[in-house]
Design a protein around this ligand. Structure first.
Ligand SMILES: *[C@@H]1O[C@H](CO)[C@@H](O)[C@H](O)[C@H]1NC(C)=O
Ligand SMILES: *[C@@H]1O[C@H](CO)[C@@H](O)[C@H](O)[C@H]1NC(C)=O
Ligand SMILES: *[C@@H]1O[C@H](CO)[C@@H](O)[C@H](O)[C@H]1NC(C)=O
Ligand SMILES: *[C@@H]1O[C@H](CO)[C@@H](O)[C@H](O)[C@H]1NC(C)=O
Ligand SMILES: *[C@@H]1O[C@H](CO)[C@@H](O)[C@H](O)[C@H]1NC(C)=O
Ligand SMILES: *[C@@H]1O[C@H](CO)[C@@H](O)[C@H](O)[C@H]1NC(C)=O
Ligand SMILES: *[C@@H]1O[C@H](CO)[C@@H](O)[C@H](O)[C@H]1NC(C)=O
Length: 676
């Protein structure tokens, strides 16, 4: 219980920092005037001017001048502050600023395609001196089916406003009845920035660095898979010898409201601001790529990363669908002195907060994007009932509470077609979810420090302008008896466990001090540490922070093959009631092509007393995530399997085809029989 309290408060604190970005640890000595950049009175800004040409469209608001291709609707050029193009103009027109989608036609083999969304029709939606909104649509026709084009209608929008240093973009994706089935692998907006300008990348206060170039990568030494390289020949000597892998820069979407790049000469920032998570898939803990060598800045709206095929969008024959992705804000800023480049990040964070406050935007013209008065609210208080922790109800401190498409308990983490609306409760468990699009939802929740998933029994219907008041709602997490022992913290990550140091020759120095789990090659460290004998954890003796390896991995044996490993948990029981059940709560933070077999006091029991079956494709081990999707098993343990005195639980991960297979545990608990 101590643990639970302490950890909840820690989690709460760190989230406050993430969400409101109050702290600026990078260089807190910088004194930033409240409004440093480009904030002058409205009337001092130029009108927004639109010039249409045969093959391109130019919009100029006096701050940025942007050229889009016509009718494709790709961004060709962003002129700003004396730089003719922030995008790489050595790239082809269609490879600078664009939306794309990865898709394949099921039953037609594994051949997937990545398709840039190219408009075929250009329309001016708004054109006045305060705002220009442009639309580039592509319409799917059955006849284009043969030519191998994704069965989607897409309306790509760009909005330019007076006095705005950047622009907004969003897209309406649609499928009509009768269209053929399709699987979508990802949907994203991508920006390829000018190679000789943008070298410095910023993802958060403590994740910022000078990046290698694409050329550096090409001259480097390949590692275990193509995305990871050792920078043997980087032009910049300070980064030579480091590992580069775009997956090291992934982030939970709840922590990715602003990220981007900085050019030092002249000092200019290019930022992707994502003010809402409503259009993302898989809830707040879904991880996506952010920025990577290129220099490339992405906004990934949906993908199978860190989750597997469950998070692809699978449409059946004839299934209609519509979803609005965005708007996101492409923000550009500058300072006069190169030495002040850190202010660009600080300002981008302030701008992000401003955009979050302005959500939902009131200047979009699409009828598919509801305004604030067309949206509804849900409020309540989440309480937790666990009589083995407290006789009275416990407040759901810092609980994640969200609305998503109706489904099973926990289904939100595998849901991608609809919208999701999440918030985090306060210390008392009070929550208010605002700006919900009208529709039918289930309300889901989980509480840091508490196992399992909550779902409110009744479906919730959101109507424009109305608030649904739920009052106190109570989550009774899985619990059958008192805690005999526990390992870890139920928070859906393996971050609290032992994360080894990386190989000194394979580091990314960004993660020397924090998030060590993002280092390359840690999967082989298990073999180094447990060369002959697998992990043995003794309750009341071992410390999970030092003695529980963060991932249950295969051993890499000398002849280059893998072998399964079996971990042991040793514990003493004083009295055992042989006639009743005990419960083993097994929560996983990740699984990749794995089978976890559980045996009680008999390493050879056949079949195993419990098996998870073949689970998981989240690939979090190879992608340096500390979690993928969450799995919880409440396992009945017959009393006659346990002994008075010493006991051993054997955890065997039975699949051993490669190093990246395995699981990460979130939390393990043995419960005694019910005292009722
Ligand atoms: C990297 O540099 C080494 C030594 O300078 C050189 O021998 C090697 O050919 C270079 N590799 C590539 C791929 O350029
Ligand atoms: C639009 O939203 C902004 C920011 O929330 C607000 O300042 C402005 O008054 C709103 N404009 C209208 C017309 O409602
Ligand atoms: C990070 O760690 C590596 C390997 O231990 C070391 O070579 C490097 O100097 C460290 N970098 C920083 C910035 O601490
Ligand atoms: C690899 O070596 C182990 C013993 O170290 C042996 O059991 C196994 O059969 C070998 N596998 C192959 C494919 O040679
Ligand atoms: C752990 O230690 C506590 C306190 O000494 C004791 O009550 C408990 O039985 C021990 N548990 C196990 C599983 O050894
Ligand atoms: C104990 O668990 C077994 C296996 O799940 C189950 O079949 C049995 O009904 C349980 N017994 C009691 C007393 O709950
Ligand atoms: C249980 O195991 C410990 C060592 O792990 C040993 O010291 C102790 O004697 C054992 N107790 C019994 C009852 O076998």
């Amino acid at each position: 219980m101590e643990n639970w309290r302490r950890i909840s408060s820690l989690v709460g604190l760190s989230l406050v920092v993430c969400f409101f970005l109050i702290k600026i640890p990078i260089d807190s000595s910088i004194k930033i005037p409240r409004k440093i950049l480009l904030e002058v009175k409205d009337q001092e800004f130029s009108d927004v001017k639109l010039h249409t040409h045969h093959h391109q469209v130019v919009v100029d608001n006096g701050i940025v001048r942007v050229i889009l291709s016509r009718p494709d609707g790709d961004v060709l050029q962003i002129e700003y502050n004396g730089i003719t193009n922030l995008l790489e103009d050595h790239n082809k027109r269609e490879n600078r600023g664009y939306w794309d989608v990865a898709w394949n036609q099921p039953d037609q083999g594994p051949k997937g395609a990545v398709e840039r969304i190219a408009g075929t029709k250009f329309r001016i939606i708004t054109n006045n001196k305060d705002q220009v909104e442009l639309s580039f649509t592509r319409t799917w026709k059955v006849s284009s089916h043969e030519s191998g084009s994704v069965p989607l209608n897409v309306d790509k929008r760009y909005i330019f406003r007076r006095g705005t240093s950047g622009y907004y973009t969003y897209s309406i994706f649609e499928r009509l009845k009768g269209w053929p089935k399709v699987d979508l692998g990802y949907i994203r907006a991508a920006y390829k920035l000018k190679k000789d300008k943008f070298h410095y990348m910023a993802l958060s206060d403590d994740k910022q660095r000078i990046m290698p170039t694409q050329k550096d990568r090409e001259k480097s030494h390949a590692l275990a898979y193509p995305e990871a390289v050792l920078l043997t020949n980087a032009t910049n000597p300070t980064i030579r010898g480091e590992v580069d892998d775009k997956y090291q820069y992934s982030s939970d979407v709840k922590d990715t409201k602003v990220h981007g790049w900085i050019s030092l000469d002249p000092p200019v920032g290019f930022w992707i601001i994502t003010p809402s998570e409503e259009f993302r898939s898989g809830g707040p803990t879904k991880q996506e790529l952010t920025s990577h060598v290129g220099p490339t800045a992405l906004c990934v709206f949906m993908s199978a990363h860190y989750s597997g095929m469950d998070l692809e969008m699978k449409f059946k024959d004839g299934e209609p669908w519509k979803k609005v992705f965005g708007p996101i804000f492409v923000y550009i800023n500058s300072v006069s002195h190169q030495n002040d480049y850190q202010k660009l990040w600080v300002d981008a964070k302030e701008k992000m907060l401003h955009e979050v406050d302005s959500w939902p935007y009131n200047f979009t013209e699409s009828r598919d994007f509801p305004s604030v008065d067309q949206r509804g609210t849900v409020a309540g208080q989440l309480l937790v009932s666990d009589q083995y922790i407290s006789k009275s109800l416990i407040r759901g401190r810092s609980a994640y509470v969200g609305l998503a498409a109706p489904g099973e308990v926990g289904s939100w983490q595998r849901e991608s077609k609809g919208y999701q609306f999440w918030t985090q409760a306060d210390d008392e468990g009070h929550f208010v979810i605002k700006n919900i699009r009208p529709g039918c939802y289930n309300l889901y929740a989980w509480v840091p420090g508490v196992i399992g998933d909550y779902k409110y029994d009744t479906m919730i219907t959101i109507k424009p302008g109305l608030e649904v008041k739920l009052g106190a709602i109570v989550y009774a997490p899985p619990r059958h008896g008192p805690t005999l022992w526990e390992i870890g913290i139920p928070d859906r990550t393996a971050a609290e466990f032992y994360v080894p140091d990386p190989y000194p020759t394979l580091t990314n120095r960004l993660y020397n001090h924090s998030e060590k789990f993002r280092q390359y090659g840690l999967w082989d460290r298990y073999t180094d540490l447990y060369h002959d004998q697998d992990l043995v954890y003794t309750i009341n003796v071992s410390d999970y922070r030092k003695d529980w390896f963060f991932a249950h991995l295969n051993r890499n044996i000398n002849n280059g093959t893998c072998e399964s490993t079996t971990w042991q948990i040793k514990f003493e029981l004083v009295n055992v009631n042989k006639n009743v059940n005990y419960t083993f709560q097994l929560a996983l933070a990740s699984a990749h092509y794995a089978v976890v077999q559980v045996r009680f006091n008999d390493a050879r029991a056949k079949p195993a007393h419990f098996s998870t079956g073949f689970i998981g494709r989240d690939n979090a081990i190879a992608r340096h995530g500390i979690h993928g999707l969450y799995w919880l098993y409440s396992i009945d343990v017959k009393g006659n399997l346990l002994h008075e005195g010493n006991n051993t639980i054997y955890l065997r991960q039975a699949k051993s085809e490669n190093y990246f297979q395995g699981v990460m545990y979130d939390y393990l608990r043995l419960e005694g029989p019910s005292e009722a």
